[in-house]
Each structure stands twice: as structure tokens, then as C-alpha cells.
Design a protein around this ligand. Structure first.
Ligand code: DC
Length: 228
């Protein structure tokens, strides 16, 4: 079965948006787009090209560089996941590290960056059958999406999940560092002037602090069936 409509998923950092999106993509034959990966890829570009240094952004340089940045996704059938490419380089692993996480919410506040990525996301969404996750998908990117989810969980549970992921990958980080970074990103995401993280009026709230994956999936199935 494939669905003839887009699904918007928004929510706090590390709340399991991508787990939900991947479940929907696989079960309902939809294309999954992780918009956080796009902001992360631009951040990596900015770090490499000294557009951001010590949390300070050279706006002029960024504006002049935006046209040089191309971002796309390719499905890796061995890993069964879509990977992020920055100017044709696979940066999937690099963009998930703590350095990019520490800078991304600064880059994501910049109007020109958001305009570029929102246009790209809306273009991808024209094909319908897309499940997209981020912070402003239901409010800005797809305001007419038929199904909008707003996902959250307690900040301790979210930090523990992200910490476990990083440890498995072999990153050397402390829980406190991950917890601090997560709270800082929540703060930036919800308080920024342009397109802050807010729940769309017509979104369904999913708090998965105490939900198992199976319980969550069954909730999602019911919501999707209610829209078919
Ligand atoms: O989902 P994530 O943690 O990978 O997102 C990384 C950062 O990008 C996050 O701090 C907020 C920002 N972001 C955004 O501002 N808008 C989106 N649609 C997606 C992510």
C-alpha cells in the first residue's frame, strides 16, 4: 500500500521522530526525508569553510556560499537507509557527531539557510507520498499535510537515547555533555525568531516517554487508517 499524501512529523531533538518516520516509510512505501540532516550538512559545510567559528557566523560569507551547497539523499540498500550527501560526498556519519550538533541550531536560525532548505523540502514534497521530519514541517513546509504528528518525550529519556546511540558509534562523550547539548538545542529551536518549534494546531501529540515501539507503531497505524 502507498499513501497519496504527505505526513509531517515535528518535535524536540532525539524524541524518536526518525524511528516513527522510518516505520511509516517502510510500511506504507513512502519516501523518508530527514530535514535535520539537511541543516546538519549545511552546518558541516560552514564549519569546514570557516563560516562558523567559535559559534560566530560570517553572514556575508554564508550568503555568498549558499549557491555552492547542494544536498541530496541516496538510499543505501545494504544498510536499508537513506544517506545524506553534501556536494556529492557521503557525510551521513560526519553530520551526526557532537561538533555538528553543537553548531547546528545556530546555523538553523539563519533566514537564508531556512529559505533555501524549505524550498528544497517543498519541491521534494510535490511528489506526495513523502514522510518528512523536522521542526517546522507541519507549520511551514507542509501546512496542508493530511496527517501531522508532534512527538516529544522527557528530556532525560531523550538524552539517554542519544547518549546510547553515540556510545554505540564509539563517540567519547559524557551523558552530561549530551544532556546539556540537547537542552540547549531545545531552547534554540523553541525560542528562535524564524519558524520556531511549535505544535501545529491540527497536529496529534505523541509523548513516547513511557511508550514501547510496538505501542507507538500501533498508535501511528490507527492515525494513518483514520486518514485513508
Ligand atoms: O533533527 P535533528 O536533531 O537532526 O536536527 C538538527 C537541528 O536542525 C536541530 O537543532 C534543529 C534544526 N532543524 C530545524 O531547525 N528545522 C528542521 N526542519 C529540522 C531541523
Amino acid at each position: 500500500m502507498s499513501l497519496p499524501f504527505n505526513i509531517a512529523i515535528d518535535g524536540h531533538s532525539s524524541c524518536g521522530k526518525s524511528t516513527i518516520a522510518k516505520f511509516i516509510a517502510e510500511k506504507y512505501g513512502m519516501r523518508y526525508i530527514d530535514t535535520g540532516a539537511m541543516y546538519r550538512a549545511i552546518t558541516l559545510y560552514c564549519m569546514r569553510n570557516k563560516i562558523i567559528q567559535n559559534k560566530e557566523v560570517d553572514l556575508g560569507l554564508l550568503q555568498n556560499s549558499l549557491d555552492e551547497i547542494s544536498i541530496n539523499f541516496e538510499y543505501n540498500s545494504d544498510l536499508k537507509k537513506s544517506e545524506t550527501f553534501l556536494n556529492n560526498e557521503n557525510v551521513e556519519d560526519l553530520i551526526r557527531g557532537i561538533e555538528v550538533s553543537e553548531n547546528v541550531s545556530i546555523i538553523a536560525q539563519i533566514k537564508e539557510v531556512r529559505e533555501k532548505l524549505i524550498l528544497l523540502q517543498q519541491e521534494i514534497g510535490k511528489s506526495k507520498n513523502v514522510v518528512m521530519d523536522g521542526r517546522d514541517i507541519g507549520t511551514v513546509v507542509f501546512p496542508n499535510a493530511k496527517l501531522k504528528l508532534f512527538v516529544t518525550a522527557s528530556s532525560e529519556v531523550r538524552a539517554k537515547r542519544r547518549f546510547d546511540e553515540l556510545v554505540i558509534k564509539g563517540d567519547i562523550v559524557s551523558f552530561d555533555e549530551v544532556f546539556g547539548n540537547l537542552n540547549q538545542r531545545d531552547e534554540h529551536d523553541t525560542n528562535r525568531k524564524i519558524n520556531p518549534l511549535i505544535m501545529a494546531k491540527d497536529a496529534v501529540l505523541i509523548d513516547n516517554t513511557d511508550l514501547s515501539i510496538a505501542e507507538q507503531n500501533s498508535k501511528i497505524d490507527k492515525l494513518i487508517y483514520s486518514k485513508i
